[in-house]
Design a protein around this ligand. Structure first.
Ligand code: DGY
Length: 322
């Protein structure tokens, strides 16, 4: 049985895979970069299981090559990099890592919100660059988070965890979701906005937390940014493909919105000459929502267990349902 691991992980962490009888583990030898497409295509051909990452494009073309593949275990909650139709057609089980990254991602979402509203990157760079002249009455003043209104789009597990943090800051919590989320209404007093425009018009912070999919691609564009307050901030820790970046650039440049905190981009890694990165009112991070050592360790362990279970006839801990 051949197992392909597309990113270098500590040997100790993937030990359970070596313990599968008659298994051969082939692991890519680098941690910083994804396995090149040509190597992935070659290695997946006779693989029975694959421990993948969100950077592996497991599209139809790739899956068609994977004649023996029985299990894909991705070290992520999102699986928009996998052609699920093709996987279903081929009877491939797909495992992922929900729950374990909820709190880390909510922390990072809130950190972005606080950082953009209080100009932390600009203020920190002044100190580091030895440009701090004096305490001053209005330099680097941002906006108050306490008591402001947050609008959460996508009230899933992470949405609720962000709402809990917002409650701690006495924020008014609005949310938009496919359906009402009674738990968040009862627990944090979140107010349901069936119409997304109501949320956009009233929120000081708009936080996008919907999974990436064909249906959500560019769900945020010119129209949505125009409906936001000019003093509002846009935070995205979901998927970059959910946002039309040209429209976002325009909205930020023209002052239609005040600023943005972005952990995800339409194409990752975002290139250094991307127009969004020229703007002072953008704080951009390299997709680190779940990047606490505790969470990433749990994600890796869960990914290994999902894969081992799938390859040894046991139910996956978390299997994506078609
Ligand atoms: C995910 O899991 O989908 C995140 O984007 C990375 O942790």
């Amino acid at each position: 049985m051949k197992i392909l691991v597309t990113r270098k992980l500590p040997k100790e962490m993937i030990k359970p895979l070596y313990e599968i009888p008659d298994s051969t583990v082939v692991m890519f030898d680098q941690e910083e970069i994804p396995m090149p497409k040509k190597d992935l295509l070659k290695e997946i051909r006779n693989a029975d299981g694959i421990l993948a990452n969100l950077t592996d494009d497991l599209n139809r073309e790739v899956l068609k090559e994977a004649k023996q593949l029985k299990v894909i275990s991705t070290m992520a909650v999102g699986y928009d990099n996998i052609d699920m139709e093709e996987a279903e057609k081929r009877g491939i089980k797909v495992g992922h890592t929900p729950y374990v990254l909820t709190e880390a991602t909510a922390d990072l979402t809130f950190a972005l919100l606080l950082s953009v509203s209080r100009n932390l990157p600009q203020a920190a760079s002044i100190v580091k660059n030895n440009q701090w002249k004096s305490w001053s009455p209005f330099s680097y003043t941002g906006h108050q988070v306490h008591g402001a209104t947050i609008g959460i789009i996508g009230m899933g597990r992470i949405g609720l965890s962000v709402a809990r943090r917002a409650k701690g800051f006495s924020m008014k919590v609005l949310y938009h979701n496919r359906s009402r989320h009674i738990e968040s209404e009862n627990e944090v007093g979140a107010i349901y906005c069936e119409d997304i425009d109501t949320l956009l018009a009233q929120s000081d912070y708009v936080v996008l937390l919907v999974p990436g999919s064909k249906q959500t691609t560019h769900m945020f564009g010119e129209e949505q940014f125009k409906k936001m307050k000019n003093k509002a901030y846009f935070i995205n820790t979901s998927r970059g493909t959910n946002v039309d970046e040209q429209a976002l650039f325009h909205a930020l440049k023209e002052g239609e919105i005040k600023g943005a905190g972005l952990d995800v981009f339409e194409s990752e890694p975002i290139q250094g000459d991307h127009p969004l990165l020229e703007l002072d009112n953008v704080l951009a991070l390299p997709h680190i929502g779940s990047a606490s050592i505790e969470t990433r360790t749990e994600m890796a362990e869960l990914t290994v267990t999902n894969l081992k279970n799938g390859l040894t006839g046991k139910p996956l801990v978390y299997e994506v349902q078609y």
